[in-house]
Design a protein around this ligand. Structure first.
Ligand SMILES: *Cc1c(COP(=O)(O)O)cnc(C)c1O
Length: 419
């Protein structure tokens, strides 16, 4: 047994499935998960000392790669003064001001500790604000593991083949209506009058990368506005990644509420939800809708987030991220053509997925048509060549600002061999 295998067998004795989040276990692709020992820039090393180019990036947060100096300095600064107080601190105000100035639809924001918390709170607020109970989500979109949202929820759940999770009360699931992503008629035909909110990944990443078709988000904005339904953009993955102001800036849509996570924590646990001031003023203690957190606004987490957003604002790496994405796309499309393999490459900025299917992937139904056995062979071939991709067909991979052209070219060469 190598070190990863030893650790995994110990882990399985004390942790369900040996992991603290299901997709990490490699069940979809077969084999055993690698235990990671350290990371630097775009590279990681496993417990047996093997080096990989990392396209998981902690599942999205690490837009500057591993151990960016600004984040390390910020964390060291906090260690000198104390890691948690449970009382307000200046940094939280600074982070909230920064978020509100970057994301123009967010007039007020509440910090929490995960994306799941952010989406759970946002739908509670939407329900409390509108006095309506039904919510609309979209097939294949994942919004964390809150009960109401764990219905047709994409990757992790799809990977395990569970349509829904046991333990989610039917009564709650019945209040969640699921529409197909990119289905214009479904938006037109829905009866919106009793819907508290529509929550969507404006660019889906949790069924693999799927872009909204032209006009789709615009129509969603139109039908929700007309009916007084709160439109929530779940930008936990896309926020501060597809543009400084997220997908809403990229596509020019103003949602009523936005949920955030991943990049705003800079690799530490931070989530946030915010939006129109009239809605956010309903949150306790300003208003009656309750939501709280012992470690919300935690100094270590907030300082890592602040350092990340400051660097994003100063450096504006979105041009280079797009260029590197385009370089990878050109290389992989060329490799697909010369191999003759049936595959589709979806990419939006620094998010991408190679789908093993002959037809365009525009929703969860077309995503599920993929040849997952073929993906699994591809995944293991890439891993063997030192390229660490998300271990499931239904996930987005991430390019960071630390990836170099040389990383991209090595990756394309590996894809040529793997196809
Ligand atoms: C990751 C993710 C979440 C959940 O965030 P956690 O921090 O894992 O709880 C919610 N929504 C989207 C779109 C995500 O990608």
């Amino acid at each position: 047994m190598n070190h990863s295998e030893e650790l995994f067998s110990r882990a399985q004795r004390v942790i369900p499935g040996g992991v603290n989040s299901p997709v990490r276990a490699f069940r979809a692709v077969g084999g055993k998960p690698l235990f990671i020992e350290r990371g630097q820039g775009s590279h990681i090393w496993d417990a047996d000392g093997r080096e990989y180019i990392d396209y998981v990036g902690s599942w999205g947060p690490l837009i500057f790669g591993h151990r960016p100096p600004e984040v390390l300095d910020a964390l060291r600064g906090v260690l000198e003064i104390g890691t948690s107080f449970g009382a307000p601190t200046a940094r939280e105000v600074e982070l909230a001001e920064m978020i509100c100035s970057i994301v123009s639809s967010v007039e007020k924001v509440r910090l929490v500790s995960s994306g799941t918390e952010a989406t759970m709170a946002a739908i509670r607020v939407a329900r409390g604000f509108t006095g309506r109970e039904r919510i609309v989500k979209f097939d294949g979109c994942y919004h964390g593991h809150g009960d109401s949202l764990l219905v047709k929820a994409g990757s992790g759940v799809a990977t395990l083949g569970l349509p829904d999770s046991p333990g989610v009360p039917a009564a709650l699931a019945q209040l969640t209506t699921v529409l197909a992503f990119n289905d214009f008629d479904a938006l037109r035909n829905e009866r919106w009058g009793d819907v508290a909110c529509a929550i969507i990944e404006p660019v889906a990443g949790n069924m693999g990368t799927v872009a909204p078709e032209p006009g789709y988000l615009e129509l969603l904005r139109e039908v929700t506005k007309a009916s007084g339904t709160i439109l929530i953009f779940d930008e936990v993955m896309t926020g501060f990644r597809l543009a400084l102001g997220g997908a809403q800036q990229k596509y020019g849509i103003r949602p009523d509420m936005t949920t955030m996570g991943k990049v705003i924590g800079g690799g530490l646990p931070v989530g946030a939800y915010g939006g129109r001031a009239d809605i956010m003023n309903q949150v306790a203690p300003a208003g009656p809708i309750y939501q709280a957190g012992t470690l919300s606004g935690n100094p270590l987490a907030v300082s890592a987030g602040l350092a990340t957003l400051k660097r994003l604002r100063n450096e504006n790496p979105f041009g280079p991220l797009e260029e590197r994405g385009a370089r990878l796309e050109t290389g992989i499309r060329q490799a697909i053509r010369s191999s003759g393999v049936a595959a589709e490459f979806n990419r939006v900025g620094s998010m991408f997925t190679l789908f093993f299917t002959g037809q365009p992937v525009r929703d969860f139904t077309t995503a599920k048509n993929c040849d997952t056995q073929r993906f699994n062979r591809f995944f293991h071939s890439m891993l063997g060549q030192g390229i660490y991709l998300p271990p499931s067909q239904f996930e987005a991979a991430f390019i960071s600002a630390a990836h170099t052209d040389a990383d991209i070219d090595r990756t394309v060469a590996a894809v040529e061999k793997a196809l």
